[in-house]
Design a protein around this ligand. Sequence first.
Ligand SMILES: Nc1nc2c(ncn2[C@@H]2O[C@H](COP(=O)(O)OP(=O)(O)OP(=O)(O)O)[C@@H](O)[C@H]2O)c(=O)[nH]1
Length: 438
Amino acid sequence: MPDLADEYEALIQFMYMAPVGLVQASMDGEIVMINPISAQLLMPLSRGGDLSNLFAALEGVAPQLRALTASFAASHGMVCDGLRIPITAGARGLSDAQMLSISLLKLDETRLMAVLGDITQQVRRERLLRQNEAWLNAIFTGVTDYALVSLDARGCIDDWNPSIGRVTGFAREAVLGRPYSIFYPEDATTPERLLDRLREADANGWSLDDGWRLRADGSRFWGSALIAPLREREEPHVPASAGRPGDTDEPAYCLVLRDISDKREACEQQRQANDCDHLTGIANRRSFFEAAELELMRARQSPRPLSMILFDADHFKLINDRHGHHAGDAVLRHLAALLTANFRQVDVVARVGGEEFAVLLPSTGLHGAVRVANRLRQAVEAQTVEVDGVEIHCTVSGGVATMAAGLSGLDALMKCADQALYAAKAAGRNRIESAAPA
Ligand SMILES: Nc1nc2c(ncn2[C@@H]2O[C@H](COP(=O)(O)OP(=O)(O)OP(=O)(O)O)[C@@H](O)[C@H]2O)c(=O)[nH]1
């Protein structure tokens, strides 16, 4: 067993080496033991370099310590814990003052232990953090046309701020925990599309889209939605269905929702000029293929069905011949309007040829696509178009194909849909045929 002298030596050694200031004193502050760090901290404070009494050394900066100790009635315990003492005035006041922390422990009726530390840097860091927080808070609550929302790894709303109420009219209880798609009209996004945007934000640093957004009262506004991953995450999240690695309730993304209704007209004009068919106003062949390539890439990255329907007006040459080209144009516009009304906003509807239309249906399998293709076919059949007082009746045929492992890409998918369309025409028109899955 080590004798008392050894233990005492070990204690002295510990005090000497400890990375904090340690002082042992009597109840009236007379210093019994002091380690080098304490001496370093206290020396500049004591008058004339006298380090015989702890309270006397700290008299100028913490005169309350003596009374605090004297009034501590318990036989032992913490007299003060982490008391912060500014020990220099600081050129700019407290913001750059040197700061000492002191804890006083009453060991028994006769002995005190003081733990001292220089916490100047820690205090500066804390102040900086608080400043940043205040600054972010000011942005968070001060901006008027932005709604800032933090999202978890699955795209569910993790935090609410009043700006959401201002821009969308939603209340806190209505948004917390809900996917951010609540700000989108029902058919303007899908659960897969919601995750696609998070994935794109992870890959590119941000993901931006403009389009119709939804207010709490059901009204729509034209908005932009920017999603950016939060930088402090240790690893990129793997936003996916529940249970995948990376899924946490921690904020993972920031969504900035903006009402840009006033800019819509200019944006729309540009978009129409670049991406839309001049006759019908729906997407043109080029923008269809662009959008389709993007959908195909998304479907490959996170496997999900992707279908295409090709529609072709039946005996359209006859309509032109009987009623004139301008009547044919009116029928094409009518078909485009029916297509837009019958498909979801996430579906890509385009005029890809003279009297040929294509629809790409993300997250939709063959059966679903055949069903909606028939719905459109029936809608066309049920209506007539009036041109110069003449009711023109028109029907369409459709070919449906679904992306499958055997298909190499978009061209192959389109070829399958085209073959099915040909079969529909051959089988008598005004019908939908589908290509057998590869
Ligand atoms: N009015 C109008 N007609 C167009 C336009 N583009 C193509 N067409 C016409 O669409 C007709 C297509 O004729 P066909 O390819 O023979 O096909 P169809 O008469 O519809 O017969 P099926 O497809 O076999 O049912 C042609 O007469 C084209 O001139 C357009 O922009 N406006």
